[in-house]
Design a protein around this ligand. Structure first.
Ligand code: NAD
Ligand code: UDP
Length: 371
């Protein structure tokens, strides 16, 4: 009875039992009076703690590299796949000496054959300037990347999580955005390559689940920031911090009244891992983000205050289809994953600014010629 192998009925039963237990119950099981109970609990734990083989596509990126770091520290065998379009190898060089970490230069639009237990599909340019640089390639990355990773998951019977996005909701008419909202995306605008690519990826995930019973997870990530953002990615947090530290003017697009809700990267990575390890019945989509909503002007003022910069605010035209507001409804994540962000904006910005002060901007290659 105790010779469980991964994927066996016993293994799945153990996982289901433990997934269903509250934290208190989980810690109290080993204290059960019966020897039999203690034996079962120990065996369940050792089966469950067994190291997994995990692929992270886009693993050298801002979020991917932190996710790799967490998973390597937890003892899993981690394979990072990346074509380094919007990232640098330096994001993961500190992991290269670890025996349970591998780095493969690979473009997810091509198939790859690996033996794995779990896949986090993070590969995709995420900053508007990056994904609009080669929009056809962006759509291919989302769509072919989803097909190839789903194919791998199907062949290996691996669990697979898709890093989807709040852009699924487009310029939303419903505020805050719950998962049930179907969105208002302009399918022919400059943001469509990203938004529609991610929407098709969600469709593919659901169809692989329905047709092939692939064990999927869909996570809709709202604006996330933190150390290791590319200083030339043009995203609002990285741009404003770099401009403030370099004494440049801060470029506000439009009148700065559009809103975003900013989640610190540690909170987000915790949410991704909880979703992957959550019960198989809960496939999502689930929103992960920080509900604290700020105007872009308020964000600029906060960054000026924390950095002590003398930068002036200057106003530039609002890009086409720029969403006017965005705030996640995270009731579902709270209920199903017992997850909510912990890091307030001021604290997260301070940590991010501290990191930006340590890096040499000259050492970063702008991924596109637009900066
Ligand atoms: P990032 O640009 O830092 O990371 C993306 C990574 O994917 C980079 O390392 C890049 O080189 C790699 N990549 C791009 N195209 C690839 C391809 N064809 N093949 C292999 N690798 C490729 O961005 P991020 O913020 O870390 O985003 C990670 C994921 O999370 C993306 O899928 C993004 O859409 C999603 N997401 C992020 C946010 C956020 O605010 N950070 C919000 C919503 C969704
Ligand atoms: N933005 C800005 N100045 C900048 C960069 C961005 O005012 O230098 C605005 C942008 O127009 C958008 C918001 O900040 O309204 C967030 O932009 P970002 O590119 O970070 O991500 P988005 O949420 O639009 O995908």
């Amino acid at each position: 009875m105790f010779g469980y192998t991964r994927g066996s009925v016993h293994f799945r039963a153990c996982r289901a039992i433990f997934d269903g237990m509250s934290k208190t119950l989980r810690t109290s099981v080993p204290l059960l009076p019966s020897r039999y109970g203690r034996r079962i609990a120990r065996r369940c734990e050792s089966v469950l703690k067994k190291n997994k083989r995990i692929v992270v596509t886009g693993g050298a990126g801002f979020l991917g590299s932190h996710l790799c770091e967490r998973l390597v520290d937890e003892g899993h065998d981690v394979i990072c796949l990346d074509n380094f379009f919007t990232s640098q190898k330096t994001n993961v060089t500190h992991l290269l000496g670890r025996p349970n970490f591998e780095l493969i230069r690979h473009d997810v639009i091509h198939p790859i054959f690996l033996e794995v237990d779990e896949i986090y599909n993070m590969a995709c340019p995420a900053a508007p300037g990056h994904y609009q640089y080669n929009p056809v390639k962006t759509t291919k990355t989302s769509v072919l990347g989803a097909i190839n990773t789903l194919g791998m998951a199907k062949r290996c019977r691996a669990k697979i999580l898709q890093a989807s996005t709040s852009e699924i909701y487009g310029d939303p008419e419903v505020h805050p955005q719950p998962e049930s909202y179907r969105g208002a995306v302009n399918p022919i605008g400059p943001r469509a390559c990203y938004d529609e690519g991610k929407r098709v990826a969600e469709t593919l995930f659901m169809d692989y689940k329905r047709m092939n019973r692939v064990n999927i997870r869909l996570v809709r990530i709202f604006n996330t920031y933190g150390p290791r953002m590319h200083p030339f990615d043009g995203r609002v947090v990285s741009n404003f911090i770099r401009q403030a530290l370099e004494g440049e003017d801060i470029t506000i697009f439009g009148d700065g009244s559009q809103t975003r809700s900013f989640c610190y990267r540690d909170d987000l990575v915790e949410g991704l891992i909880r979703m992957m390890n959550g019960p198989d019945e809960f496939t999502g989509p689930v929103n992960l983000g920080n509900p604290g909503e700020y105007t872009i002007k308020q964000l600029a003022e906060k960054i000026i205050e924390i950095t002590g910069a003398k930068s002036k605010l200057i106003y530039q035209p609002l890009p086409q289809d720029d969403p006017t507001r965005r705030q996640p409804d995270i009731s579902l994540a709270k209920e199903k994953l017992r997850w909510e962000p912990k890091v307030p904006l001021a604290e997260g910005l301070q940590k991010t600014i501290d990191w930006f002060r340590t890096i040499d901007f000259e050492a970063y290659r702008p991924p596109t010629p637009n900066y």
